[in-house]
Design a protein around this ligand. Sequence first.
Ligand code: ADP
Ligand code: MG
Length: 354
Amino acid sequence: MEGIRTQTGQRNWFLICGLSVVLFGLTACAGPRGGDRTAHSESFFAMDTYMTFTAYGENAESALRQAENRITELEGLWSVTDTGSEIYQVNHSGGQPVAVSGETEELVSFALVMAENTGGALEPTIYPVLRAWGFTTDENRVPADHEIAERLANVGYDRVHVENGTITLETGTMLDLGAVGKGYAGDEAVQILRENGVSSALLDIGGNIQAVGAKPDGSYWRVGLKDPFSGGVLGVIQVKDAAVVTSGSYERYFIGENGKRYGHIIDPATGNPVDNGLASVTVISGEGKLCDALSTALFVMGLERAEDYWRQNKGFDMILVTEDGNLYVTEGIRDQFSLQDGYEDMAVDVVEFE
Ligand code: ADP
Ligand code: MG
């Protein structure tokens, strides 16, 4: 395909994870046909992932630098491993309130609202369970049932209290914003670009794609949807002014001694890695943080609950790929989605409002 770029976004910002990580779920096809407008591109490593920002127009260069600085600043607030971060302080405060910045308060509050909305599928306190599975270190392992049960006892978004600029965690509880932080960071970057007069840009935030406007020639950005089984590009989503975020367990996982595959997204109901027949969930909406929260939560929910959630909440579109190779596309995005050559035979189900 013409103009396709493939990013190798390694991910694991909030966690130090030794798994070999392949591409994230999306690749951006941003053919720079800018006419007299020049493309400025910037690649950097932050939040344990490769980011590539491309922007067009006069102020693009300085706007990109400001956006990068902002991302680095947010990373410094939310890392779970950096002892200087606010989240680290919150996680090691022994049950005492910790004063945090406005953006940390906002992101944690958002994560709590989304946890409630998704019936706990998004669970920003899952971190201790993730650690038991070794996703935070090089030592992946299958924990004993009693160990998972012990860890789960301290998991629960209702154990997080946000009050007057402080966050308090009940004893034994830890926060991990890994499922939502990059989306929030992307929204911040988009806002900075707009404030600087940039009307056309494409941000690849370790696989989360966020588009400002359309391409300089007015056509939509073409975002590749990755085949969770082969790593190829399965289809193309055409968007403008939108975020496109994928979650799946085909990138960060380990294979147990029993040959079973264990992914890095945990079902908070069981404490086990998600294993519900979904291979990936892609969410498309105007807001990166909503896409990020939902891609993780809908992946936990599985096909039927995800469809129900979409019908009840709307405000976003989604593309689900199941492990048996079927595709489910919500009706709002069906006309902007097309299968790539070689994938024409894939079964595509359109999910409708009814
Ligand atoms: P990625 O980080 O691969 O883009 P996600 O946005 O889906 O994918 O976030 C996955 C990360 O979120 C995990 O690495 C872990 O830190 C954290 N996590 C795992 N399970 C959950 C869950 N049920 N709710 C919230 N966060 C989770
Ligand atoms: Mg997410």
